[in-house]
Write a protein that binds this ligand. Structure first.
Ligand SMILES: [Zn+2]
Length: 435
C-alpha cells in the first residue's frame, strides 16, 4: 500500500518513519529486474548495495526524505565489457539526484502559475538551473518550434529597461549599446500571444524580424494592425506588400481629443491672455469635451452649449469638438458597435464629411492639420473599421510582458525573456482550453 502511495514505478517501500523534526523518512528499494545497460542480460548477482537520496515531491503535503537502496550488480556475461552496473528506475535515471516528477512539477509551476524559476526552485528544494531547464523543456513542448500562421498581426513598440551608452575613446562621443525601445509582434487572431520582439523601433528593426519568418508565414498574414506611425507602415509595405494595414482606432480618437484640447487651450489664451485656470467656464468643461457624445447627460450637454455659444473663442472650441464627433461617427460604423457589416462607401463618406467640416473652418489651424493627418491615414482607418482589427490585444500583452520582467527583476538573457513572455501571454488561453 505504501509503495502504491509513493507511486514510483519499480520501487517498493520497505520502511517509513517520522523523524524527531517532523520530517518523514521513506526507505525504499528498486524491485525490478536489473538488466545490464551494455548487453541487456538480466543479472542476479549483487556486487554492492548503495543508498541514494534523490529529491522527490512532497508526500501528502509533507516534506519527505526518500532513501532509495539500489543494488550494484555484476554482469554475468563474461565477454561483456561492462563489469558492474547500478540498477535504476525511469523516475530516477542513473547519476540523477532529482526525481523526474519533481522536475516536471517545478517546470509546470513556472509555466502554469507564472512564478519565477527561482521561487519554484526554493519551493522544491533544488537549484535554479535544474528548474530552468525543466521549464525550458515544458515551454518548448507547449509553444512548439515553429510559429503557427497568423491572419491578423499586431506590431507595437514597447519600452523596456533603460538605454545603455558607452563612450567612444577615440571620438569622445557616446554610442548606444542597448535601446530601451523594443518592437513587438503579436498574434491578434489566434492564441499565440506575443510572437517575438526585437530591440529598437526603426523600420529596419521591424523588417528584420519579419524577414526572419518563412515566406509561407508572411503570405498568410492578411491584416497588420499598427499605431499611427509611419515607421511600421513602411516596414509592412516592404516585407508584407500584400497585407492590408489597419491603424489602431484608439490612437485616431486620441488625436481628435488632443486637437479639441489644443483648440481649447489656444482659445482660452486668446480670450484671457493667460492659460486657463479653475473658475474659467471653458476650463470647467474640459473633461466633458473629452467624453463621448453619447455618454453625456442632457445636463452635461446643455452646460457645454451654454459655455461655448456665447463668444467667438467658445465657438472655435465647439467647432473642434464637433469635428471630433464627426470623426467618431465614421469609426462608429464598425461591426462591433452596429452589429452589421460596414460598407466602405459609407465609412469614406463620413470621413469626407469630416474633411468638409474642417475645410469650412480652415481658420482653425489645428483642424486643418487634423484633417490632413486623417486623410493621410484614410485607407488604414477604413481598413480598421471594415475588419474590426485593433491593437488593443497588443497593449494588454505588453502589460504582461512588463509584469514578467518585473517578477524576474529584469532579464539578462533575451532568449529566456522571450520564452517567459510567450508562456505568460498564452497562459490564459491554455487555461481556457484545458477546462
Ligand atoms: Zn553486460
Amino acid at each position: 500500500m505504501a509503495s502504491v502511495m509513493l507511486g514510483i514505478d519499480g520501487v517498493t517501500v520497505t520502511e517509513a518513519e517520522d523523524e524527531a523534526d517532523g520530517r518523514l523518512t521513506v526507505w525504499a528499494r528498486v524491485t525490478r529486474p536489473a538488466a545490464c545497460p551494455e548487453c541487456g542480460t538480466v543479472s542476479e548477482s549483487v556486487h554492492q548495495y548503495v543508498v541514494t537520496t534523490p529529491r522527490d515531491v512532497r508526500i501528502c503535503g509533507e516534506d519527505a526524505d526518500l532513501c532509495l537502496v539500489k543494488r550494484r550488480m555484476e554482469c554475468a556475461v563474461d565477454i561483456c565489457p561492462r563489469g558492474t552496473f547500478t540498477e535504476s528506475v525511469p523516475q530516477v535515471p542513473p547519476r540523477c539526484t532529482i526525481t523526474r516528477r519533481l522536475l516536471e512539477h517545478a517546470g509546470a509551476e513556472v509555466a502554469g502559475r507564472g512564478i519565477t524559476p527561482a521561487e519554484a526552485a526554493r519551493d522544491a528544494g533544488i537549484s535554479w538551473p535544474s528548474v530552468h531547464e525543466a521549464f525550458a523543456g515544458a515551454a518548448g513542448r507547449l509553444l512548439g518550434d515553429e510559429l503557427a500562421p497568423v491572419a491578423y498581426l499586431g506590431i507595437d513598440e514597447h519600452r523596456r529597461g533603460r538605454p545603455r551608452w558607452r563612450r567612444d575613446t577615440d571620438t569622445g562621443e557616446y554610442v548606444q549599446l542597448a535601446d530601451r525601445w523594443h518592437t513587438c509582434f503579436y498574434d491578434l487572431s489566434g492564441n499565440q500571444g506575443m510572437l517575438g520582439q526585437v530591440e529598437g523601433r526603426t523600420s529596419d528593426d521591424a523588417a528584420y524580424w519579419l524577414a526572419g519568418a518563412t515566406q509561407d508565414w508572411r503570405d498568410a498574414v492578411e491584416v497588420v494592425a499598427i499605431d499611427m506611425c509611419n515607421i511600421y507602415l513602411s516596414a509592412v509595405k516592404r516585407m508584407l506588400p500584400h497585407a492590408k494595414v489597419a491603424v489602431d482606432l484608439f490612437h485616431v480618437v486620441q488625436l481628435a481629443v488632443k486637437t479639441t484640447g489644443d483648440v481649447r487651450r489656444r482659445a482660452i489664451r486668446e480670450k484671457y491672455g493667460r492659460r486657463g485656470k479653475a473658475g474659467d467656464p471653458e476650463y470647467g468643461i474640459k473633461h466633458l469635451l473629452e467624453r463621448n457624445l453619447e455618454n453625456l447627460s442632457p445636463d452635461n450637454f446643455a452646460t457645454i452649449i451654454d459655455t461655448l455659444d456665447s463668444d467667438r473663442e467658445g465657438q472655435q472650441i465647439a467647432i473642434a469638438w464637433i469635428a471630433k464627433e464627426k470623426l467618431r461617427d465614421a469609426l462608429k460604423l464598425r461591426a462591433r458597435i452596429t452589429r452589421s457589416a460596414p460598407c466602405e462607401r459609407q465609412v469614406r463618406d463620413r470621413l469626407y464629411a469630416l474633411y468638409d467640416w474642417c475645410a469650412q473652418h480652415d481658420g482653425i489651424p489645428e483642424l486643418v492639420s487634423l484633417a490632413q493627418t486623417v486623410s493621410r491615414w484614410e485607407d488604414q482607418i477604413a481598413c480598421a473599421v471594415l475588419t474590426g482589427v485593433t491593437n488593443a490585444t497588443s497593449e494588454s500583452l505588453n502589460r504582461l510582458a512588463k509584469l514578467e520582467a518585473r517578477l524576474a527583476y529584469g532579464f539578462r538573457n533575451p532568449a529566456n525573456q522571450r520564452r517567459r513572455v510567450r508562456i505568460a501571454c498564452t497562459r490564459g488561453t491554455r487555461r481556457r482550453t484545458a477546462r
